[in-house]
Design a protein around this ligand. Structure first.
Ligand code: AMP
Length: 318
């Protein structure tokens, strides 16, 4: 067993109460990793109290339910934060330091240090992949329930094994996972990829309306009025942002969505070439090199983000 894996396993074994958290605006990797990890722990140590916290996601309801954080138990609990590089984006926790011990398991570039022990692997396709690896490298026992959650998170974060982060290790772990647990992947894909008609109609609108620059930047601003017209909410843009990959003329694409209720502008940005997370970091956001986001409080920043991303595209093409 590698030293780091041993250390993580030791801490899980040591604490009776464990809280697992992830980032706000949960996606399948955040949900699959946290709920999958809970399964792994309970399958190994059924007597432990394990809570997965964060806002319940009705869009990803097939991933499972959330637990309530018992504030009184924070001081005696182990906190494991998955898929989250900074304190501000941990869903449901303002001060991780209040916990007895904190482990961070993440594949984002490092931002804040809030942990006692970290395992950060930016080459990993997903945190779900990391947890499959953790299970095979320790005595954390895999079962079908954990495998299904972890598989869905991994498939979603790699966009069905399409993105760069998909490595021989990804295939090796997934192959072992499927043969060991005999999960049936067809219903999992039904969960992940069936979508409401409104998303597809909205996708058509975005495709029609997106401006594409000479440098290869696709961009569009979605007003609250447009969201109302489609009968959706601000999550619409996030649901379809992944659909603009592999378009010859588009290297980087970004959607700015007005969030009237919270008086801000949600930014969803993706790339299939240049790294963009550093650009979004300058505007208070961040994420992965090829998938980043931000929340703008000043509408004037929209043009600045567009300019900065256009610059990144041009430099990349050079
Ligand atoms: P999204 O476009 O919301 O799917 O986000 C893509 C990636 O960017 C994810 O890894 C998020 O964690 C990250 N991200 C999104 N919004 C923010 C933000 N406001 N600050 C930092 N990272 C973000």
């Amino acid at each position: 067993m590698k030293e780091l894996f041993k250390e993580i396993y030791k801490k899980i074994k040591e604490y009776d109460k464990i809280v697992i958290a992830r980032h706000i605006g949960a996606d399948p990797d955040a949900l699959g990793s946290t709920i999958g990890l809970k399964e792994l722990i309970l399958n190994t140590f059924p007597e432990k109290k394990v809570s997965v916290i964060g806002v319940y996601s009705s869009v990803f309801k097939y991933m499972g339910r959330m637990d309530k954080l018992n504030e009184k138990e924070i001081g005696e609990s182990l906190l494991i934060v998955c898929d989250t590089p900074n304190i501000a984006r941990i869903d449901g926790i303002t001060n991780p330091r209040d916990f007895a011990y904190v482990i961070k398991i993440d594949h984002h570039p490092i931002i804040d240090k809030f942990e006692d022990l970290k395992w950060v692997d930016t080459s990993a396709s997903s945190v779900c992949q990391m947890l499959i690896e953790l299970s095979y490298e320790t005595r954390l026992k895999m079962n079908k329930e954990a495998a299904e959650k972890l598989y869905m998170g991994l498939v979603s974060d790699t966009n069905r094994f399409l993105y760069d982060y998909t490595s021989p290790k990804t295939f090796m772990l997934v192959s072992k996972l499927i043969s060991d647990t005999k999960i049936d992947i067809k219903p999992l894909y039904d969960n992940l990829y069936s979508r409401p008609l409104i998303d597809v109609r909205f996708l058509g609108y975005v495709a029609q309306s997106m401006t594409v620059t000479e440098g290869g930047l696709g961009y569009l601003t979605i007003s609250d009025e447009v969201i109302q017209r489609f009968g959706g909410d601000t999550a619409l843009s996030g649901n379809i942002i992944g659909s603009f990959n592999n378009i010859n003329e588009v290297l980087v694409w970004v959607i700015f969505t007005e969030d009237k209720k919270n008086n801000l502008i949600k930014v969803n940005a993706r790339s299939r070439g240049p790294e963009i997370h550093t650009v979004l970091e300058k505007f208070g956001g961040g994420g992965h090199p090829m998938a980043s986001g931000a929340r703008l409080t000043n509408a004037e920043d929209i043009d600045k983000v567009i300019k900065a991303l256009e610059e990144v595209c041009k430099n990349y093409r050079k």
